[in-house]
Design a binder for this molecule. Structure first.
Ligand SMILES: CC(C)(COP(=O)(O)OP(=O)(O)OC[C@H]1O[C@@H](n2cnc3c(N)ncnc32)[C@H](O)[C@@H]1OP(=O)(O)O)[C@@H](O)C(=O)NCCC(=O)NCCS
Length: 398
């Protein structure tokens, strides 16, 4: 069968919506690209949709979202891939890779330096150089565990209104910008109106200082009586007192709720305030990354280390990061120059580069997983020194 790929336009909205619904059961409020409210433009601002057609039939589609990633105060222009869908009758014919390749090459041409995605099946994306660098988790704990958190005085709690939306956005931004991985919530992830930001869940509870400064917040949904679960879709805090107050707020539901379900980045610091061991991860969304432009990604990312190392990257099917590079860290900056091919430097796969640039794997783990060969103990140490990063934390799914 002959297939043809082209950009999707508003005229394709119904077909794209239909395919999304079939595959994902959309609409889903957590997936902004999928199923926009009736009448809203699709693809939305900062979104680029591609479709593969068999004649007039839409056989596959995927969307690239213009996003930003915080990396210790710096911003990495990011292509977020979402909504990869192949119609049931056209599956297994290799439609995904050409479609994704075209989306990723266009993203690199726009100046996006990394691409990320949430993968139902990570296996689909590995050949394209994506590797899993963290997860977004759903964590369950008994409400009694939250109720047992000591008080967070003198922090006060109050219900947010639409007037608090700008301060709420600032509170998230202050949390996110000094960490590795959170979205900037700009571009295609730009948040909705002030009213929707507050009203999209049952409530947003603010933790405020005596002077009225917002020190943290929890977005929560009470759910139904029979579920007996309080779902906290976002818990962000800047001080221990704010964390404690927000946990105790969740614990105060104990009479009619048995458990708290928290949406949290992997390794969320919120856990350290719980006196009991309960922290059951009941669902995980694997977050994968690949590098689109190595010199630009490293320059944007910077480094806390110093020194220089030469690496070779081989086997990138997209041909975007193959080659030999001299990487130098100096005063927080990280530069990367193409270099003549040479014998002896460490050789990374494209996936290994994803894991190294994000700081997700040590060189020992890169070697054990087959992503790193060549080089020696000295180059391993330098590579780790230049690219080390604390674990990534992300709260948004797309
Ligand atoms: C996932 C989906 C897009 C795959 O479509 P497809 O037509 O089978 O994909 P392709 O034929 O292009 O196969 C691409 C590769 O992924 C692999 N693959 C496909 N489905 C897979 C799965 N569920 N788990 C692991 N690998 C899978 C194929 O073996 C192939 O590997 P290869 O390149 O090494 O040969 C399709 O099943 C779908 O639309 N599912 C519903 C929506 C969905 O889950 N989307 C994914 C969101 S992350």
């Amino acid at each position: 069968m002959a297939y043809r790929t082209r950009a999707l336009t508003p005229a394709d909205t119904d077909a794209a919506r239909h395919l999304g619904r079939e595959a994902f059961g959309m609409p889903d409020a957590d997936r902004p690209d999928q199923d926009p409210p009736d009448g809203s433009p699709w693809p939305g601002p900062g979104s680029h949709a591609l479709g593969t057609f068999a004649g007039a039939e839409l056989a596959a589609r995927a969307v690239a979202l213009e996003l930003g990633t915080w990396f210790a105060g710096r911003e990495l222009r990011t292509c977020g891939i979402a909504g990869m869908t192949v119609a049931a009758e056209h599956r297994g014919r290799g439609l995904t890779h050409p479609l994704l390749t075209e989306l990723l090459l266009a993203a690199r041409d726009r100046g996006e330096v990394i691409a990320t995605l949430f993968a139902t099946a990570p296996g689909i994306y590995r050949r394209l150089g994506f590797e899993m660098i963290t997860t977004v988790d759903q964590v369950q704990l008994p409400v009694s565990s939250a109720a047992a958190v000591p008080p967070g005085d003198p922090v006060r709690l109050r219900r947010a209104t639409a007037a608090d939306a700008p301060a709420l956005r600032d509170c998230y931004r202050d949390w996110a910008r000094v960490r590795q991985g959170p979205l900037t919530r700009t571009g295609a992830a730009e948040q909705v109106s002030d009213e929707d930001l507050i009203g999209d869940q049952d409530a947003v509870t603010l933790a405020v200082s005596e002077a009225g400064e917002i020190l943290g917040y929890a977005c929560w949904d009470r759910g139904t009586l029979s579920e007996r679960t309080l779902t906290v879709t976002e818990l962000v805090a800047h001080t221990p007192q704010a964390y404690r107050s927000l946990w105790r707020m969740a614990g105060a539901f104990a009479m009619k709720v048995d458990r708290v379900l928290l949406h949290a980045p992997a390794g969320d610091v919120a856990r350290t305030f719980l006196p009991a061991k309960h922290w059951q991860v009941v669902a995980q969304e694997p977050y994968m990354l690949r590098v689109l432009d190595l010199p630009a990604a490293l320059a944007a990312r910077g480094s806390r280390g110093s020194g220089q190392v030469r690496i070779t990257v081989a086997g990138d099917e997209l041909g975007l990061v193959n080659g030999t590079f001299q990487i130098t860290a100096d005063g927080g900056e990280l530069s990367c120059e193409p270099s003549a091919p040479a014998e002896g430097p460490p050789v990374l796969t494209a996936g290994g580069l994803s894991l190294a640039v994000s700081g997700a794997f040590s060189c020992a783990d890169l070697r054990a997983s087959g992503h790193l060969t060549g080089g020696d103990a000295r180059t391993d140490r330098t590579l780790e020194d230049l690219l080390h990063a604390p674990p990534w934390q992300i709260r948004d799914t797309f």
